[in-house]
Design a protein around this ligand. Sequence first.
Ligand SMILES: Nc1ncnc2c1ncn2[C@@H]1O[C@H](COP(=O)(O)OP(=O)(O)OP(=O)(O)O)[C@@H](O)[C@H]1O
Ligand SMILES: [Mg+2]
Length: 269
Amino acid sequence: MIEFKNVNYIHVNGIQALKEINLSIKPKTINALVGSNGTGKTTLARHINGLLKPTSGNVLVFGKNTKKISVASLSKRIGMVFQNSNHQLFADTVKNEILFGLNNFETDSQIKKNRFEWALNFFDLKKYENTSPLKLSGGEKKRLCIASVLAWNPEVLILDEPTVGQDQVQKEKMLKFISNLNKQGKTIIIISHDLEFLWPLKPNTIVMAKGRIKKTGKMTDIFSDDELLNQTCLMRPQLLDLWMKLNIKEEPPGDITEATDAIRRINGS
Ligand SMILES: Nc1ncnc2c1ncn2[C@@H]1O[C@H](COP(=O)(O)OP(=O)(O)OP(=O)(O)O)[C@@H](O)[C@H]1O
Ligand SMILES: [Mg+2]
């Protein structure tokens, strides 16, 4: 579905943000892109919806080279929620922000109406319908960005740091929502430093360091690798840490409930 072939990217200031990236993202999967600040995660994501084109190498999306398709046609199928909400929001009201993408990408007026109402309500934005996006709090701005993109129902969703500024209630809601979207067949790519958030999703994990992909694989395998964690300054998620410290061989649990059940089972209680 998404393929990077020997991709290098040099920003205009001469910084090479991507080095020989080879990567394949399969349809209907949840993927996490992790790594410390400045390792090229956002730069890589911006290649998927064609906002950036490789300096050398190629990115293929749905079998087409991004150098040969317009950003607009890619955006319809690949929704991207930017890391910095202020780079995404531009309309005069919350309502118009959500309607902008919808009006561009959806023609059926009933579907448009339904999706608009859904986006507004699901992301708890109804009371701000006629407010300027600039007047929202940081967490609310992020939710508006996600709502605006999901409103037009793209096949692939890229979320760049979705949990920044979100309280625990919103994070849990987002977690369930991402999982449901994936069950409906969407491909999800999440860039995040919030490993505890990612853990229950059990994503395919792509670790970046200094513009390169260091390792890809299951989150459990990635975060069991002490040497990799030392090299990339990543912290092991707590439940995996607990499982390793208790030397439990079975698959680590996704959440506290699963952990409690497993420990009770193992103890025979
Ligand atoms: N628009 C730009 N112009 C010039 N250099 C850039 C630009 N965007 C990013 N860079 C540089 O490219 C490198 C990779 O940046 P990028 O934003 O992709 O990292 P990141 O992994 O997303 O980091 P973070 O976790 O802080 O969001 C950094 O060295 C950064 O300074
Ligand atoms: Mg980034």
